[in-house]
Design a protein around this ligand. Structure first.
Ligand code: F6P
Length: 545
């Protein structure tokens, strides 16, 4: 955090002490307007998204102090600078312009002499044209999108989320892991002549994606009975990358290639060409709706008054929970089967962005930064980990996400689904006292094990329906919360140096495992630690048998 804001930060911290003996029960009984005061609409239209944060352990003073901190840190001004191309990813000397991917065509934005919005729309026009050609000539009935991290989770989330609501023109599978069981399980259910592979990699030097692209290419060549460099094969490949030249070097010859730019972070690339598979599946018009939802929230983040700025408020409440109250994890639990990938997606978005401990000036962060992000789907989660959420020793802030309308007409089931979501939020907040248990006249001698402490914070997001616009609005809100947190932490949310060491070590150990590294000469000190060496030896022994 900027040193100039430490005074305001001390005032925020002081409120934790003031509220330490307060409970949500008392906060609600003292103020009957609480649920109105601490709820907002993410965005006013027929697709509004209602956000109820009244079950967070805050009061007026806390919210006002957090907003004062945001003002002091100039969070909105910094967001505007980001949206205008400031090179805030300082360690990679890059702008951070995922917002440009959904900017209005009428806008312009000059970065290093290039109008990036014009670039985006030129690419979008090419993507729409290609998507429509695949949808109309119907040659390809299956799309296999190969990528990992943000090059996988984003498109897969969009496809899962929108599949029940919109008719898909093609079947889509998403492959990320280098564990070939995954790609094999997809290929065995695919017909080569009808399969289009979209190889998504911003860097095009990600070993998992390169390996899977090679497996796909060999499978296709064999099934189609053609040479590796045949045009027939190239017709079955599309590349999405910031380095298409590397795809060719890697032998991934594609008849179609689309751009992503260095100023789009992998975990912020859901609104880019990385999502070509769902764009083909549902059509460019639906994808445009998704982008419109994102744009609406970008505009709200930049133009709303702070006290009505939902993305800002939720980002500040995140800070309150992690860095003030000291909660070390955060659970996202959509009561929506379509959003079963949401917590995986948010794990990367939040933890890869803010799982850092060094500030922009090189000093150690002055506060706890990213929580452990996890989650599941309601109501399944109630039969897995809600016991811990209700009676565990750790308090975990929970975010519930639900939709009032359903595509199916199983009204009883949907009512029960949403009733469960509301019930869990209520139980976490207000618990159940020993007196209330006694009143139930249980036979328990010592009923302490039945007490639910409550006072466990949650936010409930209730949207009218899972439309493409609503999905876009929700994702943009999560992207901007990460930005808010990063500014308060004083870190760079847009690089990921922490993943580099593992990648380089894996490459060295692959050589050891395959036996291609130089043999250790007698008497030489083994460069490997004893544990790794033993594991490699055992693995190689197992592979021999
Ligand atoms: O996890 C590191 C990372 O670079 C992510 O940020 C990114 O989404 C993923 O790997 C895949 O990278 P690429 O799109 O360059 O293959």
């Amino acid at each position: 955090m900027a040193k100039e804001s430490l005074k305001v930060w001390q005032r925020v911290l002081a409120h934790a002490g003031r509220l330490s003996d307060t409970s949500l029960r008392s906060l609600f009984s003292q103020d009957l307007t609480r649920s109105v005061k601490f709820s907002r609409t993410l965005w006013d239209s027929k697709d509004e998204i209602y956000v109820d944060f009244s079950k967070q352990l805050i009061d007026d003073q806390v919210l006002n102090e957090l907003l004062a901190l945001a003002k002091d840190l100039q969070i909105i001004e910094q967001f505007t600078e980001m949206r205008n191309g400031a090179k805030i990813n300082w360690s990679e000397q890059q702008a951070v312009l995922h917002t440009a991917l959904r900017a209005d065509k009428k806008q312009t934005l000059n970065v290093d002499g290039v109008d990036v919005i014009a670039q985006v729309h030129t690419e979008l026009d090419s993507l729409r044209k290609f998507a429509n050609s695949v949808r109309t000539d119907k040659r390809f009935k299956k799309i296999v999108s190969i990528g990992i991290g943000g090059s996988d989770l984003g498109p897969a989330l969009v496809f899962d989320a929108l599949s029940p609501n919109y008719k898909t023109a093609v079947e889509c599978s998403f492959i990320g892991n280098i564990d070939a069981h995954e790609i094999e399980s997809v290929l065995e259910k695919s017909k080569a002549s009808e399969t289009l592979f979209i190889v998504c990699s911003k860097s095009f030097n990600t070993i998992e994606t390169l390996t899977n692209a090679n497996i796909a290419r060999n499978w296709l060549a064999t099934k189609l009975g053609v040479e590796q460099n045949s045009k027939t094969l190239a017709d079955h490949f599309v590349v999405v990358s910031a380095h298409p030249e590397r795809a060719i070097e890697a032998g991934v010859i594609a008849a179609n290639s689309f751009n992503i730019w260095p100023w789009v972070g992998g975990r912020f690339s859901i609104s880019s060409a990385m999502s070509l598979a769902p764009m083909i599946a549902f059509g460019p018009d639906i994808f445009d709706e998704f982008l419109a939802g994102m744009r609406a929230v970008d505009d709200q983040m930049q133009n709303s008054s702070p006290e009505n700025n939902v993305s800002l408020i939720l980002g500040l409440i995140d800070i309150w929970n992690f860095s003030v109250l000291g909660h070390t994890s955060q659970a996202f639990i959509p009561y929506a089967f379509q959003l079963r990938l949401l917590s995986d997606y948010l794990q990367q978005l939040i933890m890869e962005s803010n799982g850092k401990s060094v500030q922009v000036d090189g000093s150690a962060t002055a506060m706890r930064t990213s929580p452990v992000v996890w989650g599941g789907v309601g109501t399944n989660a109630q039969h897995a980990f809600f016991q811990m959420l209700h009676q565990g020793t750790d308090v975990v802030p929970v975010e519930f996400i639900g939709f009032s309308q359903s595509v199916h007409d199983q009204r009883v089931a949907h009512d029960a689904l949403i009733a469960n979501m509301f019930a869990q939020s209520k139980a976490l907040a207000f618990g159940r006292t020993l007196e209330e248990i006694d009143a139930e006249q249980t036979s328990d001698e010592n009923a302490n094990h039945r007490v639910m402490a409550g006072n466990r914070p949650s936010t409930t997001v209730l949207a009218r329906a899972m439309t493409a616009r609503t999905l876009g609005a929700l994702i943009a809100m999560y992207e901007h919360r990460v930005f808010v947190q990063g500014v308060v932490f004083g870190i760079n949310s847009f690089d990921q140096w922490g993943v580099e060491l593992g990648k380089s070590l894996a490459s060295e150990l692959s050589n050891e495992i395959s036996g291609s590294s130089a043999p250790t000469q007698k008497g030489d000190k083994d460069q490997l630690d004893g544990s790794t060496r033993s594991l490699i030896n055992l693995y190689r022994q197992h592979r021999k048998n």
